[in-house]
Design a protein around this ligand. Structure first.
Ligand code: ADP
Length: 220
């Protein structure tokens, strides 16, 4: 059976989540207190309803307890976002993802039962900053506050060298978990593999170690 989703708050972020889930053929219940927003999603989501998510009775009447995963994307209204999250948590929703506005909001959300807290503006800002610093950094994915994965193009300093020669783990404490070469992806690269110009390395490590690795080997 397909998982059922609900998106609460149909602003730019929630709207985009709702649209993508619907495009993927997932059943989505879209909720917003604004009639204009709800009308916009009438033909996109499975159901689109005008409702104030801070009202527990309303949430129950909408059958929210049958939903597998609820995404709370109430943007600037932090109070409403917190109230909604507490209620969803009390109702025993299996998976609650909430968009946070700032770090304090994030800390509260985690304490009151959000299973996943996302920070799209902050994360996108970090990714963009990394790609601006160097054209060799293709992507940047935060795993936790302290650890990330980066996708980097082989820099001039790496061309023709083997992973053993570069000693990335020994010198910078990061691990090369995979190497993409054209359409192939090698998930257990040997230390003797010689890097070619178009190779893409996927590297995991603490943010501090990854910065060291970037400064010494990635920036040309
Ligand atoms: P974004 O930054 O993603 O565009 P916004 O703050 O613009 O986020 O949008 C948040 C959406 O959440 C708005 O469409 C707003 O009507 C909706 N919203 C705010 N409070 C509630 C609430 N209590 N119940 C339901 N929807 C709400």
């Amino acid at each position: 059976m397909k998982r059922e989703y609900a998106v609460i708050g149909l602003g730019r972020f929630g709207g985009s989540v709702c649209r993508e889930l619907s495009l993927e053929g997932m059943p989505v219940l879209a909720i917003d207190r604004s009639e204009t927003k709800v009308n916009e999603f009438k033909n996109i989501a499975t159901h689109a309803v005008i409702a104030d998510a801070t009202d527990e009775r309303t949430l129950k009447d909408l059958g929210i307890t049958n939903i597998d995963h609820v995404i709370v994307a109430i943007g600037e209204n932090i109070q409403a976002s917190i109230l909604t999250t507490v209620m969803l948590s009390d109702l025993g929703i299996k998976k609650i993802t909430v968009k946070a506005q700032n770090d304090y909001h994030e800390r509260i959300l985690k304490k009151i039962g959000a299973h996943q807290v996302i920070h799209p503006e902050r994360d996108m800002g970090r990714r963009i900053a990394h790609s601006i610093i160097s054209n060799n950094i293709l992507d940047y994915l935060e795993l936790s506050d302290e650890h990330s994965i980066i996708e980097v193009k082989t820099s001039r300093k790496m061309h023709g060298k083997t992973l053993a020669q570069l000693a990335i783990r020994a010198k910078y404490g990061c691990n090369v978990v995979a190497i993409k070469r054209g359409n192939d992806i090698n998930v257990s690269p040997s230390a003797e593999l010689q890097l070619e110009q178009e190779d893409i390395l996927i590297v995991i490590g603490s943010n501090e170690d990854l910065s060291k690795f970037e400064r010494h080997l990635v920036f040309d």
